[in-house]
Design a protein around this ligand. Structure first.
Ligand SMILES: CC(C)(COP(=O)(O)OP(=O)(O)OC[C@H]1O[C@@H](n2cnc3c(N)ncnc32)[C@H](O)[C@@H]1OP(=O)(O)O)[C@@H](O)C(=O)NCCC(=O)NCCS
Length: 210
């Protein structure tokens, strides 16, 4: 089957992912956006509403990429699409450096300049964003997002759906739980419990302003 890839999302993150898919030789047939989305994204027609997925599947489209930045939503939409029978494809820049001993899941985005080193495991739907590096033995959970310019030292584990904001640094052997939010520029020097919101140097708990 050579029908194009369906991209879920039509935002800035979707633009980057469409270019990654194209750089790997894929053609992107449609984006699926929300009601307020514009009608095209980088020349790809945008259909509004997830109900279009079912019709596209019956028309022979088989591959989907979920280009949604919000981690939990990305995971839910992927489950919906795979439940309809779609296959998750990866969007990986030819200018990313990925160790031959790394294991990469499905539906993963790895942007230009990212480095994934020896024996790393990158879970399904994870994002390793522009110029982020994950050193040896890193374990990036499903639907986690390592934002641009993050630097993870060796043997760091990041749990499912956790988000490390732009420029975070993590010292070796740290375990970060699930659904953690780490603010931009955090320096993480201790293990982090699931569900925590942290920021700063060194990173500490933060609370939402009232
Ligand atoms: C962490 C973050 C999500 C917090 O947003 P928020 O929930 O709206 O929190 P607030 O702006 O209300 O800030 C809460 C407190 O944390 C502090 N804080 C927020 N972000 C911080 C950061 N990155 N570093 C240090 N302190 C930070 C605020 O100064 C505030 O402190 P105060 O209570 O003493 O005033 C946001 O600031 C951030 O860093 N986002 C990263 C975005 C990013 O990297 N995106 C990449 C996309 S690819």
């Amino acid at each position: 089957m050579t029908a194009g890839v369906i991209v879920l999302g039509s935002s800035g993150h979707a633009k980057v992912c469409i270019e990654l898919l194209r750089s790997a030789g894929a053609s992107v047939a449609y984006c699926i956006g929300a009601a307020e989305s514009s009608t095209e994204c980088l020349g790809v027609p945008v259909l509004n509403g997830d109900e279009h997925l079912k019709r596209l599947q019956s028309e022979g489209y088989e591959e989907v990429f979920v280009a949604i930045g919000a981690n939990a939503l990305r995971q839910r939409l992927a489950l919906f699409a795979t439940g309809l029978g779609f296959r998750l494809v990866n969007a990986i820049s030819p200018r990313a450096v990925i160790s031959p001993t790394a294991t990469i899941g499905a539906g993963v985005a790895i942007m230009a300049g990212a480095v994934v080193n020896a024996e790393c495991v990158v879970g399904d739907l994870a994002i390793i964003n522009t110029l982020a590096s994950v050193d040896h033995d890193g374990r990036i959970g499903d639907a986690a997002h390592i934002a641009p310019h993050c630097g993870l030292a060796g043997n760091v584990a990041v749990g499912e759906r956790s988000f490390l904001g732009v420029g975070c640094k993590v010292i070796p052997d740290i375990t970060i739980g699930e659904d953690v939010l780490a603010g931009a520029g955090s320096v993480i020097v201790k293990n982090v419990e699931s569900g925590s919101r942290i920021a700063g140097v060194p990173a500490k708990a933060i609370h939402k302003r009232a």
